[in-house]
Design a protein around this ligand. Structure first.
Ligand code: MTE
Length: 333
């Protein structure tokens, strides 16, 4: 008889809820209860942000509720207001607070995502397809940024593998290339290299095909029970939990199957600092700082956050190490 083994990060609704998650959920529910009588919780969070920047425009929360099928993972959560206000999205500016401030009027519906290149069945998905074509799952993953901070987020999405299978890659396909929307009228950072961190836009990323097909690799359309906010990469972004956060490309419009390793934004900008693989690795330092530990962004102020040791492959070693067993990870950083 074949015994179906559930992945380590899977927790069904019936399994015990860890205390930390329970408390976070209770808190969120409490906030939502209050919000029901006044304004949505995200408007409150974003509204206070706008006030911080002295912007009188009230923030309009365009996020819709999602109903993912599973609650997965058992990490203590980073509060929702942190993931909504401390972001990297250079198309909207290089300060952590720029995306939340400048991306609010970003238009992401209608949207088109195409899957092409070395495939037998090219695919185009529109905005509704992104939210409804695949069953949505919730997974709590750690996002470990190369800048040595991390957040644990309840992502909502579907495995990238489902979409790639739909496109039916040809036998020549070896890599998957991703591209963010290029629209300088909407994304101020794309107009000026100075504002946009010296990046040659559109932002591009890539994975090896086996990495892309790994069940952990998620295309995310939401977090914390709702569709993505613009600053988090609405309407669809990648989440590859065992790699540094810069691989998690936002607001994707194009996915291309290729036979050669695709160029990636940070590798083009500073190849000695950012490799193609970008696997989280406490033993391979960034040339300018250590990767041995990280600041976990949880409760409290951003800068009082506690430090924790960085785990090999960001804690996902059992699921992903086999893909790299023949590789020198110091060379292929
Ligand atoms: N995608 C695009 N298009 N542009 C960006 O600047 N920044 C990356 C990644 N995806 C980035 C991007 C980096 S460096 C990180 S750490 C994560 O997004 C941050 O995601 P978050 O703001 O949702 O936490």
């Amino acid at each position: 008889m074949k015994i179906k083994q559930r992945p380590r990060w899977f927790i069904s609704e019936n399994d015990a809820t860890p205390e930390t998650v329970y408390h976070n959920r209770r808190k969120l529910l409490k906030q939502l209860g209050i919000a029901a009588a006044t304004v949505p919780v995200a408007s409150m969070a974003q509204g206070s942000l706008f006030n911080l920047f002295g912007d009188d425009e009230p923030a309009v929360d365009r996020r819709a509720a999602l109903s993912p099928t599973k609650q997965q993972g058992d990490l203590p959560l980073t509060p929702e207001d942190k993931i909504l206000s401390y972001n990297n999205f250079y198309e909207f500016g290089t300060d952590k607070t720029d995306p939340a401030e400048r991306a609010q009027s970003f238009q992401y519906n209608p949207w088109q995502l195409t899957v092409g290149g070395l495939v037998n069945t090219p695919v185009t998905l529109d905005y509704d397809d992104l939210l409804k074509r695949f069953p949505l799952e919730e997974r709590i993953y750690r996002l470990r940024c190369v800048e040595a901070w991390s957040m644990n987020i309840p992502w909502i999405g579907f495995p990238l593998a489902s979409l790639i299978k739909m496109a039916n890659p040809t036998s020549k396909a070896r890599y998957v290339a991703f591209e963010t929307l290029y629209d300088p009228e909407q994304m101020p950072g794309q107009v000026s290299r100075r504002l946009g961190g010296g990046i040659d836009y559109p932002y591009v990323e890539g994975l090896r095909l086996d990495e892309a097909m790994n069940p952990l690799t998620l295309l995310s359309v939401g977090l914390y029970g709702k569709t993505l906010a613009p600053q988090n990469g609405a309407p669809i972004r990648l989440v590859v939990p065992w790699k540094y956060g810069f691989k998690s490309i936002k607001s994707i419009v194009k996915i291309t199957l290729t036979d050669t390793m695709p160029p990636t934004t940070w590798n083009l900008l500073a190849p000695q600092e950012y490799g193609f693989y970008a696997n989280v690795n406490p033993y391979v330092d960034h040339p300018r700082w250590s990767q041995a530990s990280e600041r976990f962004i949880g409760e409290g102020s951003l800068f009082s956050s506690r430090r924790q040791l960085t785990l090999m492959f960001n804690g996902y070693e059992p699921e992903v190490a086999a893909m790299y067993k023949e590789m020198d990870l110091k060379r292929w950083y």
